[in-house]
Design a protein around this ligand. Structure first.
Ligand SMILES: [Zn+2]
Length: 90
């Protein structure tokens, strides 16, 4: 996975500020509408038109295989614990 720089934005759940994103399924850079997971807390997010992270609402339109990958990744992140436990939501 190649990391791509993304515009500054904050995870709406934990306030983490990611500066890079990588694609779990390939080498493509993020595009508007792509799903993302916060690496700090595991919240499912979506890239907006400016490639900033926004809260995802509704059910993701994805395959069962992709949903399983998301759930496994969220379990890994949440079992590991936050990267920055002292960060507060804004
Ligand atoms: Zn987060």
């Amino acid at each position: 996975m190649k990391p791509y720089p993304v515009p500054m934005s904050l995870c709406p759940t934990c306030g983490y500020e990611p500066d890079y994103a990588s694609n779990m399924t390939g080498k493509a850079s993020p595009r508007p509408g792509d799903y993302s997971l916060c690496i700090n807390c595991g919240t499912l997010l979506v890239f907006d038109d400016d490639l900033k992270l926004a809260e995802f609402e509704g059910l993701p339109q994805i395959t069962l295989d992709a949903l399983v990958k998301i759930r496994l990744s969220q379990a890994f992140i949440r079992n590991r614990g936050p990267l920055h436990p002292n960060d507060k939501p804004t």
